[in-house]
Design a binder for this molecule. Structure first.
Ligand SMILES: NC(=O)c1ccc[n+]([C@@H]2O[C@H](COP(=O)([O-])OP(=O)(O)OC[C@H]3O[C@@H](n4cnc5c(N)ncnc54)[C@H](OP(=O)(O)O)[C@@H]3O)[C@@H](O)[C@H]2O)c1
Length: 279
């Protein structure tokens, strides 16, 4: 596995407006977060970048201490566009390099190619613009196919993962292949926070339901990136690092899996997605 270690928790920024992304980035780093996740498609890279510049200028953290990840949009998935859009991301983020550049979705219908698109990102690694190549919404089979035709490692796969969508076999695959699993929507987009088992465990441990979900993800050896807009939520989520769940609590949460997905990546329904986006 790469020498770069991921912090146990990161900040998600999907749906944050640029000014909110700036605020959450600054507050999160002040609280101790050292991992911020954005994407070209979130249209808030400039906000994240403004926040990062402020914390670097004020000496709250150094650039090399913060892992910054973004994602190539499906609309820029062809090799040349992937390179061009990476340069645009760097400009908006006001950075010389990003730590992880993910492929947001394996959008084959829009021209994604393991060999060519990941190959283009590989050249950006050689140029020092990207430290690590990541993928997102990839199945184990897609990762196996990709690894056969590229000459750089895949650092991480970012997938939906929370108590209602546990996918233990996928996690096992990532571990066996030394690929970090970054867990998106780790609170089940808020839905897992209402669960009675989660709340019972939260009350017993004197932690919040969000902290129980995050502690469960971390206990599994994955890296959650919860999104939070308010300072209270940012604090609450970061303090999940203080919660060590008992084996019994972990087993109780293992038993509430609903195999329920709350994010529907276009790879699952490319036709509908193309139609919606007038492509
Ligand atoms: N790669 C992909 O395709 C993909 C897809 C989805 C998500 N992601 C990444 O994963 C991140 C997280 O996923 P997500 O945004 O879908 O969902 P999430 O983190 O599971 O849930 C976010 C929701 O939970 C609320 N929340 C956060 N902390 C809370 C707390 N301590 N107590 C109560 N409520 C809390 C948030 O409210 P407030 O905003 O009001 O704080 C928001 O409504 C994204 O932001 C993005 O970076 C990636």
């Amino acid at each position: 596995m790469s020498e770069m270690k991921l912090p146990k928790i990161g900040l998600g920024t999907w749906m944050l407006k640029p000014y909110e992304a700036r605020y959450s980035t600054i507050q999160a780093i002040k609280l101790g977060y050292r991992f911020v996740d954005t994407a070209q498609a979130y249209r808030n890279e400039k906000g994240v970048g403004d926040g990062l510049q402020e914390v670097f200028e004020k000496g709250i953290a150094k650039r090399e201490e913060v892992i910054v990840s973004t994602k190539v949009s499906p609309l820029s998935i062809r090799p040349k566009a992937a390179v061009k859009s990476t340069y645009k991301s760097l400009k908006r983020l006001q950075l010389d390099y990003v730590d992880i550049m993910y492929i947001h979705f394996p959008a084959f219908v829009l021209g994604y190619s393991h060999k060519k698109t990941l190959g283009a990102l590989g050249e950006l690694v050689d140029e020092g613009k990207i430290r690590h190549i990541g993928v997102s919404n990839f199945t184990p089979q897609l990762i196996k196919d990709a690894l056969e035709v590229i000459d750089k490692p895949i650092f991480a796969n970012q997938i939906e993962h929370h108590p209602y969508l546990q996918q233990p076999e996928v996690l096992k695959f990532h571990k066996e292949n030394n690929i970090f699993q970054v867990s998106y929507s780790p609170l089940g987009r808020g839905k897992a926070l209402k669960d009675s088992v989660i709340n019972e465990i939260a009350r017993k441990n004197k932690f919040s339901a969000a902290q129980v979900c995050l502690a469960w993800v971390i206990d599994k050896g994955a890296y959650p990136v919860p999104k939070a807009t308010s300072l209270d939520h940012l604090k609450d989520n970061f303090a999940a690092l203080d919660l060590q769940l008992s084996d019994e609590d972990i087993q109780k949460i293992d038993a509430i899996d609903k195999h329920e997905r709350y994010v529907h990546p276009p790879v699952v329904s490319p036709k509908e997605w193309k139609k919606k986006n007038n492509l």
